[in-house]
Structure formats: structure tokens, C-alpha cells
Ligand binder design. Structure first.
Ligand code: CU
Length: 557
């Protein structure tokens, strides 16, 4: 199951190859469409491979030998067979993220299929129902943290609603030269291990960043207001299409062209804030679904989300900046009319500081109250199983779909918020919901325990049952101080964000802000067993995972 340390070292010593990048991701690639795998029969091989990031060599689990893996380009309505061969000495799998397949083609070992054993080939086969920008990745072990991810683009049967002349995939990710198991061990030993941006004692005495009363409250909570992401730039190098900041991935264009950029966050533990200084971006798609175009200067992309934007650059080079939400590092590249140019990236922003809003409460006028009492016993959360795995319950969780994402409160310019998103076409199911449920996102940051409703996933935790074709309204309440991008397999959910009921944006992954709540409507129209989990992958591994079942009303399979 595990990749032993000795194996890693042996691999490192044996490999002398330079960075292996797929053709579509190489700097200066002009025609990514021609470099994709297409057609009805596609073959993929999962195996160990070296990766070179900013000149330093590490180990990866790669698809067809590259990180990211090959771009798959399909057409809406076609059938596809994808044969996946496993050359690892452990099980592997591929999950087609956001792609609507039968449940036994969804690629979650132990739930949708048995997994792909070493030496075996599994053939996925499905009809492509939808169009848009998607991606695919492992759902086994920690493979996705070390390179097992790649883009998938599906061309719409009826033509693209948004006009563009050229496109580039921009796949963001995070890579650490530390093995994921070492990262997990350090997080369990010491909360905030990778947070090297802690507030200093000098800062505390001077009271620079926050009033002292608030600092004392933080201390009482045994939390740190700079704990934004669990794993930070001190351990991670942030990648654009598999390339580090110094590698400077470059997307070419001819001045005056409309360029479509398909942003995909394949980061394991990183939320990115994306901007191209000097170049407005028109968002035309979110999670593969067309939205009413909206022009912004910056947007946040949480783990597993995708956003497509169209830009119209002038005859100059632009920095493409994807800054980690905690400002501990950035992925960067260049958009340029000519190869070999590196546009200067702006400096990292000041670190963001979490507020009482991120704790699910506005603390004004509440100084001195007993935090432990107030945060463990609010009336609304009786369903949460309290215990050492639940550090707090947000007393007054707010709908934060109108808030800018973490790290973007103070930045200039137009920032995309969830409330801006509006489906371009009416949603397929206009029925009102007939049932409502609330699910709490819970955890203990000190112990690195994560859960839904206080119960970390195990074989004995009961699934969340849906009746086939029922309309349900689900509210997610984030009782923790971290962002949780929650992904439901096999379905799109309609984000309740103030838009008309039939224009609520459809998403496969929704980020629930710290101390916040978020509501979506759902038609449970895909029979079978589906994964429902946080896409901060170490949160998923630590228990923020649940099985959702969709069954006919009579209870038969
Ligand atoms: Cu999470």
C-alpha cells in the first residue's frame, strides 16, 4: 500500500531523466487540441516517474509518465472506453471528476469498483453526457498528492456559447519533496506545523495585528488566526501545468486574440487566488457549466473546482499569478506573444488573518465570554456527535456566498464571489425541494481529525440516504476555521446563491468558508453509491468522507 522510503530513494537514484511534461503542458505549446488523447479508445498507464520542479528532482506517481497526465479531449454524446493499466506495486484508480458516469465507472475503490490491482488493466466505459472543463485523478492512497491528475475537456455538441480564438489549460497543483505520509505525521504531531507565518511574540505585545482581547480568545481556543491552510509554501512548490515558478510555464497568443484559459485546481491542500495583473478576465464557466459571463480582476479557485475565463491580451507579456490563499507562496507563469519571456510576478501579499467571522460569530461586544461554553453547546447542532474530534460548533454560522474568499478581503479590483455565478441556461429540474437536511463539517485542528457531524468515516458510519429522483435542499455548516471544498460524486448540485431558482449555478464542488454555511439543491437522479467528501485530500483521509446512497423509494437496488 505504502511507497516505502527505501523505494523512493532507489527511484531517486535510478532516474536521471529531466522533467517529464505532457506535450499539452509544455511552455509555448501552440495547439493543445492536437496534443490531446481523443476518440473512442484511450489507453492510460499509471506508474512511478521522476518529476523535476524548478531544477530539483522528486518522485511522482504519473499517468503515461507525465505530471500532469495527458489531456483527454472528448465530444459530448460520444462513447468512450478508457483502459487503465496499473504498473505500481499498490492499487490504483481513476475518478473522472465532475463527469456523470454510471456509479460502477466512477472509480472509487471499495465503493464503485474493486480498484485496479498491480499489473491489472481496468476498462472504463461510458457515454459522455455533458460538456465543459473537467479533470481526472486517483482515488487511491495518496497518489493524487504526488502527481496522479490530468485535465479532461469535453466539447459541447451544439457549439461553444462563448467565442474564443485559442485556448490553454491552466492546471494548478501543489508538490512537496516531502512524502505525503511524512506531511501527515508532522500535522498529527503538531497542529500548524507548516504554518511558518505565526504571529510573533513581539507582534502580540505590540498588539499590531489584532486587539489583545481577540488574541487572548484565540489562545483560549488553542488556535492560531494565521492557520489558513494546513500545508503551506514552506513545504509546497506551487505548479502551473506541472512547472514551478522558475520553470515559468508560458502560454502563447497573438495580440488581439480572445484566449480561453481553463483553470483547474488539482492542488491536494491548496486554495488559489488567481489574477493576471493588467488583464481583466471574463468568467464563462464554473465546474464545467456555462455561466452568464462576468468580468473580474481576480477569482478564487478551491480544490477541485474549475473556472474558464476569456481574456483579450495586448502585445505584451503578462504574469499569470495563482497565489496560495494564505499567501505563503504562488504558482506563476507568463502569457506572452513570444516564447522565452518571463513577466515579473508581483510580490506575495501580506498574510491574511482569520477573524471572528471565520469562527462563525461576530465577537463585537462579546469580550470576556466563556468561549468553550459558547462554542460547544449551540442549540442548532444537536445532531453533531460531540467528542475529542469536535473542537467547536459555530454559534452563528453565516451564509458566506457573498463574501470574498480567504485572503481576498482587502485586495483591489473586482473579485468573483459565489453570488455572482448564474447559470447561462435554465437548470434541468425545476421542481421545488421536498426535503431539507443539514450536515455539519466538523474537526479538531489540534489533533488533525476531520469529520461530518462529528463522525469520522469508518465502515460502520451510516451512509446518507437519498430516494431516487427526489429534490433535496442540503445546508452545509462549517464548524471549523478552515475552508472545506466539498465534492459530491455523480451529481451536480445547484448552489443557492440568490439567483432565480432555475439559474442557480450547477457545481460539482462547493467551498464552504470557515464558520460559514452554504446551501444547495440537488436532484438525486443517479442510482448507486457515491462518495461525498472534502477535497482537501488530507481532510478526506482523516475522515471527512461519507457515502451517499441513491435508491428507489421501495428500497430495492
Ligand atoms: Cu476539508
Amino acid at each position: 500500500m505504502m511507497i516505502g522510503r527505501r523505494n523512493l530513494l532507489a527511484l531517486g537514484a535510478a532516474s536521471t531523466a529531466t522533467a517529464l511534461l505532457p506535450a499539452w503542458a509544455r511552455s509555448a505549446s501552440a495547439a493543445p487540441a492536437a496534443q490531446a488523447l481523443s476518440g473512442e479508445d484511450i489507453s492510460l498507464t499509471v506508474g512511478h516517474a521522476p518529476i523535476t520542479v524548478d531544477g530539483r528532482e522528486g518522485h511522482a506517481v504519473a499517468i503515461n509518465g507525465t505530471v500532469p497526465g495527458p489531456l483527454i479531449r472528448l465530444k459530448q454524446g460520444q462513447n468512450v472506453r478508457i483502459a487503465v493499466t496499473n504498473t505500481l506495486d499498490e492499487e490504483t484508480s481513476i475518478h473522472w471528476h465532475g463527469v456523470l458516469t454510471p456509479s460502477h465507472m466512477d472509480g472509487v475503490p471499495g465503493l464503485s469498483f474493486p480498484g485496479i490491482k498491480p499489473g491489472e488493466t481496468f476498462v472504463y466505459e461510458f457515454t459522455v453526457k455533458q460538456a465543459g472543463t473537467y479533470w481526472y485523478h486517483s482515488h487511491s492512497g495518496v497518489q493524487e498528492l504526488i502527481g496522479h491528475y490530468a485535465p479532461m475537456i469535453i466539447e459541447p455538441a451544439g457549439g461553444e456559447p462563448a467565442a474564443f480564438d485559442r485556448e490553454h489549460v491552466v492546471m494548478l497543483s501543489d508538490y512537496s519533496f516531502l512524502h505525503p505520509h511524512e506531511i501527515i505525521a508532522r500535522l498529527k504531531q503538531q497542529a500548524g506545523y507548516f504554518n511558518r507565518q505565526k504571529q510573533t511574540v513581539a507582534g502580540l505585545l505590540a498588539g499590531k495585528d489584532q486587539p489583545l482581547s481577540q488574541r487572548l480568545d484565540w489562545a483560549k481556543m488553542r488556535m492560531d488566526p494565521t492557520d489558513i491552510l494546513d500545508v503551506t509554501g514552506s513545504a509546497y512548490t506551487y505548479l502551473v501545468n506541472g512547472q514551478g515558478p522558475n520553470d515559468n510555464w508560458t502560454g502563447l497568443f497573438t495580440p488581439g486574440e480572445r484566449v480561453r484559459l481553463r483553470f483547474i485546481n488539482a492542488g491536494a491542500m491548496t486554495i488559489f487566488n488567481v489574477r493576471i495583473p493588467g488583464l481583466p478576465m471574463t468568467v464563462v464557466q464554473a465546474d464545467g457549466q456555462d455561466v452568464v459571463p462576468i468580468e473580474v480582476d481576480e477569482f478564487q479557485v478551491a480544490n477541485a473546482e474549475t473556472f474558464d475565463v476569456i481574456v483579450r491580451p495586448s502585445d505584451r507579456a503578462y504574469a499569470l499569478v495563482a497565489e496560495a490563499a494564505d499567501s505563503s507562496g504562488m504558482a506563476r507563469g507568463t502569457l506572452s506573444p513570444r516564447p522565452g519571456v518571463a513577466a515579473a510576478a508581483p510580490p506575495l501579499r501580506a498574510r491574511p488573518i482569520l477573524t471572528m467571522r471565520d469562527m462563525g460569530m461576530d465577537m463585537s461586544g462579546m469580550a470576556g465570554m466563556d468561549m468553550d461554553m459558547s462554542m460547544r453547546n449551540p442549540q442548532h447542532a444537536t445532531q453533531v456527535k460531540l467528542g475529542p474530534g469536535v473542537q467547536m460548533i459555530a454559534p452563528m454560522p453565516l451564509d458566506r456566498t457573498g463574501d470574498r474568499g480567504t485572503g481576498l478581503d482587502q485586495v483591489p479590483g473586482r473579485v468573483l464571489i459565489y453570488r455572482d455565478l448564474e447559470a447561462l441556461r435554465p437548470n434541468p429540474d425545476p421542481r421545488p425541494f421536498t426535503r431539507q437536511l443539514e450536515i455539519h463539517l466538523t474537526g479538531n485542528m489540534d489533533r488533525f481529525m476531520w469529520s461530518f457531524d462529528g463522525e469520522s468515516f469508518s465502515e460502520i458510519v451510516k451512509p446518507i440516504p437519498f430516494r431516487r429522483d427526489e429534490r433535496v435542499r442540503v445546508t452545509l455548516v462549517n464548524d471549523t476555521m478552515m475552508n472545506h471544498p466539498i465534492h459530491l460524486h455523480g451529481h451536480f448540485v445547484e448552489l443557492v446563491n440568490g439567483k432565480a431558482a432555475d439559474r442557480q449555478p450547477r457545481k460539482h464542488t462547493v467551498n464552504v468558508m470557515p464558520g460559514g454555511k452554504l446551501t444547495f439543491d440537488l436532484t438525486a437522479d443517479a442510482p448507486g453509491d457515491w462518495a461525498f467528501h472534502c477535497h482537501m485530500l488530507l481532510h478526506m483521509h482523516a475522515g471527512m468522507f461519507r457515502v451517499v446512497t441513491v435508491r428507489p423509494l421501495d428500497g430495492a437496488a
